[in-house]
Design a binder for this molecule. Sequence first.
Ligand code: NAD
Ligand code: UDP
Length: 341
Amino acid sequence: MNKRVLVTGGAGYIGSHTTVELIKAGYEVIVVDNLSNSDRAVMKGIEQITGISPRFIEADCCDREAMRRIFEEHDFQSVIHFAAFKAVGESVAEPLKYYRNNLVSLLNVVELMVEYKRRNIVFSSSATVYGDADTLPVTELTPRKPATSPYGNTKQMSEDVLRDTAAACDGFASIALRYFNPIGAHPSALIGELPRGVPNNLVPYITQTAAGIRERLSIFGDDYPTADGSCLRDYIDIVDLARAHVVAIERMIEHRNQKRYEVFNVGTGKPVSVFELVHCFEEANNLKLNYAVAPRRAGDVTAVWADTTLANNTLGWHAERELADTLRAAWQWEKSVRGIE
Ligand code: NAD
Ligand code: UDP
């Protein structure tokens, strides 16, 4: 069994945690990253956690010749493709940047996989493909809604590229994992999320506010039709999410995948409101957060959370960590980055 995996975007937030879990499960990992949204120091953190330094290749997945050399020189059967840009707002302002990076990188990887007969790919998709769903929780059969941002559109188009390629090529299989809201950090506090500039996402904004880098958290809207008026999301621990990639790869390597293209929701199945998350953070870390209610943020859906039955039953994967533990890990990581005791 070939236990070598190419991880594109492996120096990023989800990629680094997945690399750790792959190594722990006995895989040999080759990381490819152009460091456009990450730091090489992450590789040191991975080594400190696992005792193994994975091969790191600094390359752009959009550079077809550089990618071809990697396929020529390395005998992996499986790929996990994280490399992409992910800022929704930026994608609206600069759509071509997103279409080029997210689609060309995927097309290069898939075309080279077909050419070099490399079978398995796990793709980072997103709950954003469901948009403002008509029924909740969403299952994998819930219809996708037309994308409301170029970023979301690249996820839908990428899923379609993989579906159609799997239908046409016998020797090609793919699993698209639709992530809900990944949060937290490795419990060692040696790797975590490193947003550049002002964070867009809730949890990094909370930890930076607690660290005194941001003055106050804005809660975007308290007049939604939910119990406490704030939006509901499904916050999935980063290590739980990383483990889902390992079981997805395993499933394809062992040919247990029933179809050559499969989709799984990766979430906890539990809706959590913004207020609930903030209060859980305060309690878990025994501190008070400065926050205030602000107007709704454009483009936010009221609620989305996962039905995880398919991933639970078919992949045998379950979210395990409690939200409080995840939020403790997020704060430990922020403190370690900022040198706070
Ligand atoms: P991230 O920015 O931390 O990681 C992405 C990594 O890919 C970075 O290290 C970046 O340098 C690298 N990269 C980008 N373009 C590249 C290219 N052309 N060639 C080589 N490397 C490239 O983001 P993340 O949060 O770890 O997200 C990973 C994947 O998961 C992305 O595809 C993202 O769209 C998807 N996703 C993320 C979330 C989330 O909330 N974080 C939710 C759903 C889906
Ligand atoms: N949110 C907030 N304040 C912030 C950032 C986010 O109130 O500074 C809310 C946002 O409106 C949404 C939830 O937190 O309801 C999760 O937002 P995030 O950007 O983390 O993820 P999304 O679900 O939008 O992808």
